[in-house]
Design a protein around this ligand. Structure first.
Ligand code: ZN
Length: 309
């Protein structure tokens, strides 16, 4: 992607290096913060608080539902991740690399702002731009205290996207999805959730899922997530119109959609897939909807709520 020299968003909150949480200091913070999230024991049936995030985190939320295990432990292959200091030593990117990534994020976010300002203006509406929070290891959000192991997420309570940039290293090395368009796809997907928050899709989802069985809520969540993927595709179309795309970029995004499909992720992490626990969509579905948005460039073609997906 040809992003260098492009304008940057002014809605980036750089909280990297800041400590989150109630007095948990130093390198032991990760273990302590993890206890504060309260997902593992009650995740399956719990309501409210940060459990409300589960349906909208990029993909790792599924691991809580499926196995009750900590996703970070699974991704890193053992419990060593909870040892003090491991959260820091496991970070693969030097600070300089992260600064360039932060610039990249600011550019992509700006391009999403341009796209969605245009789309909302065409409907005679304003587009309140979301803030994007860069954090390290853990962060306080209106949805609760969140850990980097959950992956990037959008919190409707404060209309902010949250990302620990080390996720991009994970995306490349552990999930097999390298490339800057893979990275941009993740951001555009989370911004897609912000758009859904504005259109009412997300509030309706969060209300209706309270009365659903877990299985029904998962199926509903898949439709929400696939629409965000389609919106990410619409963004990729827009990036193409701005001449930002290079050869291989769309393939990078499609590969990312493939690698973070529920079936592929679950097979990688636990050796088998449990379809009724899928809440983001299969690899095939995620690729299909991203591509649909990319080919059409029209968010009106992202209706994932009628008919089969
Ligand atoms: Zn999502």
């Amino acid at each position: 992607m040809k992003w260098q020299g492009r304008q940057r968003s002014s809605n980036i909150e750089d909280r990297r290096g800041q400590r989150a949480g109630g007095g948990l200091g130093g390198l032991g913070g990760l273990g302590g913060n993890r206890g504060g999230i309260r997902i593992p024991s009650g995740g399956r049936g719990s309501r409210g608080g940060i459990s409300g995030l589960i349906g909208i985190v990029l993909f790792l939320g599924i691991v809580w539902f499926a196995t009750g295990q900590n996703p970070l432990d699974m991704l890193t292959g053992g419990s060593s991740a909870s040892a003090p200091g491991s959260s820091v030593s496991s970070r693969q990117l030097p600070a300089q690399g992260e600064d360039e990534l932060a610039d990249f994020v600011a550019v992509v976010v700006r391009e999403t702002e341009d796209l969605w300002n245009e789309q909302f203006a065409a409907l005679g509406e304003d587009y309140p731009e979301p803030n994007v929070v860069l954090f390290t290891d853990s962060v306080n959000s209106a949805c609760g205290l969140a850990d980097a192991s959950m992956g990037p997420f959008y919190c409707p309570g404060d209309s902010k996207v949250y990302i620990d940039l080390s996720f991009y290293d994970q995306l490349h090395r552990q999930l097999g999805a390298p490339g800057d368009l893979a990275q941009a796809y993740v951001l555009a997907h989370e911004v897609g959730h912000h758009v859904q928050n504005l259109t009412g899709v997300l509030p309706e989802f969060n209300q209706r899922r309270q009365r659903m069985s877990q299985e029904e809520a998962n199926a509903y969540s898949v439709r929400v997530e696939l629409q965000a993927d389609c919106y990410a595709g619409v963004w990729a179309n827009y990036a193409g119109q701005q001449n930002l795309l290079e050869d291989g970029d769309i393939e990078e995004a499609l590969n990312a959609a493939e690698q973070i499909g529920d079936d592929t992720l679950q097979r990688r992490m636990q050796g088998f897939a449990v379809p009724k626990t899928f809440n983001h969509g299969t690899s095939e579905q995620r690729k299909t909807w991203f591509e649909r948005g990319y080919v059409s460039g029209n968010p009106g073609d992202c209706d994932t709520f009628s008919g089969n997906v």
